[in-house]
Ligand binder design. Sequence first.
Ligand SMILES: Cc1cc2nc3c(=O)[nH]c(=O)nc-3n(C[C@H](O)[C@H](O)[C@H](O)COP(=O)(O)OP(=O)(O)OC[C@H]3O[C@@H](n4cnc5c(N)ncnc54)[C@H](O)[C@@H]3O)c2cc1C
Length: 312
Amino acid sequence: MNEQQRRLLATAGLAQLRFDAPMAEYCTLRAGGNAAALVDVQSTEELRRLLVLLAEEEIKFFVIGRGSNLLVTDSGYSGVIIRLKGEFNAFAVQERGPDFTVVKAGAGCALGKLVSWCSGQGLAGLEFLVGIPGSVGGAVRMNAGAWGSEVGERLLAIEFVDKEGNIRHSSAAELRLSYRNLALVEGEIGKTAITAAWFGLNYDQEEKIRSRCAAYLVQRKGKQPAGAASAGSFFKNPPGDFAGRLIEAAGLKGASCGRAMISPVHANFLVNTGGATATDILALAEQARAEVFARFGIWLEPEVQIIQEANA
Ligand SMILES: Cc1cc2nc3c(=O)[nH]c(=O)nc-3n(C[C@H](O)[C@H](O)[C@H](O)COP(=O)(O)OP(=O)(O)OC[C@H]3O[C@@H](n4cnc5c(N)ncnc54)[C@H](O)[C@@H]3O)c2cc1C
């Protein structure tokens, strides 16, 4: 982004704009370079205005949620990172049937908040998301899942704003949902902002829903490094196997590079032990990949979205 474009952004009436934003502050891995600008948009109207401006100026952008599956390389990102706040945090029952309820959730909602609210309403089906520190938008984009369930199983439709600023809708049938991915049948998902999602939920007693949530949280605590800065599972599980099992079998539990370490608790968690750079983390990930490939002939694919100038 050049100086003139920075001035244009600064005078565009955006409610929350930060230049040279250190992405380590916005990602759970607590590492990464600066984004030229970061905008917290508060409404669909503000988002549309921003996207139109960026399209006119040919400034690239990237929408993020709570940064829990994300790593920006240390060289940073020369475009605009957008987060959805304000009206995008709302959720409500949209339609109530005899045995099925439709809930509309804004993309900026924290998953934990949504699941807790659903429990209070006696709405079941999203309990598996408890403990995943992402947003609705991020969970939809990643088709987040746990304990044998995925977001796609409950997703009815999404609303999104395309890169020209048009508001669009897609039913689940018009989306391609796969393991930790969502794609549009038409258009490029990476160049859109998912603004809301509709979920189909069943009724159950609040007590039972909350007790399922509690059980999932207990299981998570036993299997994952508590309190460590990470992005959850770094690699996707290859078909029929587990990335964590392979990395552990390659003898890499506890291996480190700079301040990045393969968690001794769960080998698919790469953790920042304090002050790791994105370069440390990526070097460690490459070491794990190379070692697993050398031993088992399996090439692990990152689940974490890596933002670097070349691909973003
Ligand atoms: C401790 C821990 C445990 C985890 N456990 C799980 C787990 O059990 N299962 C699981 O699936 N994941 C897990 N994760 C990973 C992560 O939390 C999920 O992938 C989550 O859904 C990402 O949401 P986010 O809002 O943080 O997205 P981000 O990390 O901010 O973004 C991830 C991707 O989604 C895109 N994106 C985000 N919001 C939008 C939007 N509104 N419109 C368009 N694109 C968007 C971004 O561009 C990026 O490509 C875990 C992470 C941690 C740190």
